[in-house]
Design a binder for this molecule. Structure first.
Ligand code: 16G
Ligand code: MG
Length: 548
């Protein structure tokens, strides 16, 4: 058939490096950009196949998120804006790893197994981050879509959540919004402005000044565009690390701030000023500030999750709603946040494995599911039932004015949320709306609970798959005996916890530890890392507890 001939012709221009093995990791393929040409071409083909099979538009985002600028990656977006379903991740891996000669045959197998109607039309939306390599890789991707005679819309530079949004808008026939950048900004600005009007008692000690670290990436550019739609008297954002000088993610960005537990470079150091950091593709956000004693305070995904869940819970109570809300976290959630959510906010908390797809899936179990990873990726999902009930309540004349008002605020909250995936810009606007409504400073928010000191380390080992886990990654089942060792180390400290897991994005094993004091958390993390090194053939220097 014509299609299959075209695949082979295209493949000869996008040859796979021999012996290179690719795996569809936590969030797509990610590695050095110079190894990705063949992967992009094949993902163009795969996206077209998925579009044919679902009879809907799908998306492909070219980005390696918070990784160094030299890396790149690719993530596929499902018709409702979600992440690729697991069985298609398998097809993606098979296609990426197929030799050039076998590619045609592999595609035929996927078509058969997934029951793709090869003659159906295909429509693919694509976008890329600011990495220099993304331009060339976008062409490889287009070649793949074109080989399958798919239609293409190239949005050029977009944040990852913006592309997810466009796909959902288009497939829901604009019920979710316009599938344009202007439409996205207008929807958010309208909801944000409306919420300020509704919360007319807001303000107080709230400060509308924000210093924003754009990670020298696409998020900075998009925030600057959004500012044209924003009433600056409500929110005054100064964008730093906008890409004009620094390098993408280099000593800046949400991942740097979270892992290093210090401010990004490239930002003026001002006491008590609210700072936010986006990651390289703007699907994560963390807040931070420096206090008068020059101490750094991080407000990570857990603090965002509890702020947002707590406020939605208040609105539900005030509106007299029976809707059930839940919070979804991972093992990385700080123990204090889990305790605060379940004991103080009285919100049910679920714990799942790392990776947005797992959190997103679990959040769908609730009428309203708030999910956040500690690293700052998260959003809120509203079930169809919840959206309808909230809409009805906002117009129900049998309710009191206050009840109706709370429901109306919730309704605008839905519009301010990107329900497809975590979106740094939407999350920022949600947080600022809540802080305004509660008349809170960043310090007041921070004081809602105190994080347990924690430390994350990575250990290089011969084969990270030697580590296997269960119970949402909180228990280690392989190598045999490692969990007992972790348990006995943890028992030496107060309020301590530690777990290990193989990374899904890097060739390392990750170690997490938290304890009552900074010294204890650090010591425990290094001790566990040392034992991981011993039991799984560590590479390079053995981790040792730093002396200073
Ligand atoms: C990816 C995931 C993120 C996860 C991280 C873990 C998405 C969109 N992103 O960035 O959710 O926390 O990987 O990385 O799913 P790790 O497996 O290397 O620890
Ligand atoms: Mg990201």
């Amino acid at each position: 058939m014509e299609y299959f001939k075209k695949i082979a012709t295209g493949s000869s221009r996008h040859c796979k490096p021999i012996d290179q093995k690719y795996s569809y990791g936590t969030a797509g393929f990610r590695c050095r950009a110079n190894l990705l040409d063949s992967v992009m071409y094949r993902m163009g083909i795969l996206a077209a196949l998925r579009s044919k099979q679902t009879k809907a538009t799908v998306g492909v985002m070219i980005t390696a998120s918070h990784n160094p600028e030299e890396d790149n990656g690719v993530k596929l977006v499902e018709p409702m804006g979600e992440m690729l379903v697991p069985n298609w991740e398998g097809y993606a891996s098979r296609m990426a790893n197929s030799s050039d000669e076998d590619l045609e045959c592999t595609v035929k197998t996927v078509v058969k197994e997934a029951q793709v109607d090869i003659l159906a039309p295909a429509n693919v939306f694509i976008a890329r981050d600011t990495r220099p390599s993304s331009v060339v890789l976008a062409q490889s991707l287009k070649d793949g879509v074109t080989a399958m005679e798919g239609q293409l819309t190239d949005y050029g530079l977009l944040s990852t959540p913006q592309l997810h949004y466009m796909v959902r808008c288009y497939n829901t026939k604009q019920a979710y919004g316009q599938h344009t950048e202007q439409g996205y900004y207008q929807k958010l600005a309208h909801a944000f402005h409306s919420l300020h009007k509704l919360n007319d008692a807001g303000g107080g000690d709230y400060s509308n000044q924000i210093l924003l670290d754009g990670a020298n990436g696409v998020g900075a550019l998009k925030v600057m565009q959004f500012l044209n739609h924003l009433e600056t008297s409500l929110l005054n954002i100064t964008v730093c690390n906008d890409g004009s000088n620094g390098k993408l993610n280099e000593m800046c960005g949400a991942d740097y701030v979270k892992i290093q537990q210090k401010p990004s470079s490239g930002m003026p150091s001002k006491v008590a000023v609210k700072c936010v950091s986006f990651d390289g593709d703007a699907d994560r956000i963390v807040y931070f500030y420096t206090d008068t004693d020059q101490r750094f305070h991080l407000l990570d995904g857990d603090k965002l999750a509890t702020l947002i869940a707590g406020y939605i819970q208040e609105l539900l109570t005030q509106s007299g709603s029976q809707l059930k809300m839940g919070l979804v976290q991972t093992a990385y959630a700080n123990g204090s946040s889990t305790k605060y959510a379940s004991e103080t906010l009285k919100v049910p908390v679920a714990c799942v494995s790392t990776g947005v797809k797992h959190l997103h899936h679990k959040a769908e179990d609730f009428d309203i599911g708030v999910y956040f990873e500690a690293n700052g990726h998260g959003t809120v999902l509203y079930s169809k039932n919840a959206e309808e009930k909230i809409q009805q309540a906002s117009q129900d004349q049998s309710l009191s004015n206050d009840q109706r008002k709370s429901a109306t605020i919730l309704k605008q909250f839905i519009d301010l949320t990107n329900q497809t995936v975590g979106d740094a810009l939407c999350d920022l606007l949600l947080v600022e709306t809540i802080l305004w409504a509660k008349r809170w400073t960043v310090e007041a928010w921070d004081a809602s609970y105190t994080d347990l000191p924690n430390r994350q380390l990575k250990v290089k080992v011969a084969d990270r798959t030697a580590i296997q886990t269960t119970d949402a990654e909180r228990q280690c089942t392989r190598p045999v005996g490692l969990q007992d060792v972790i348990n006995s180390l943890v028992a030496n400290y107060q309020t301590a916890r530690s777990f290990v897991r193989p990374s899904g994005t890097e060739d390392v094993v990750r170690v997490y530890a938290e304890a009552a004091t900074r010294e204890q958390a650090d010591k425990l993390a290094y001790e566990v890392a040392g034992r991981v090194y011993d039991l799984t053939k560590g590479v390079g220097d053995r981790p040792v507890v730093p002396t200073s």
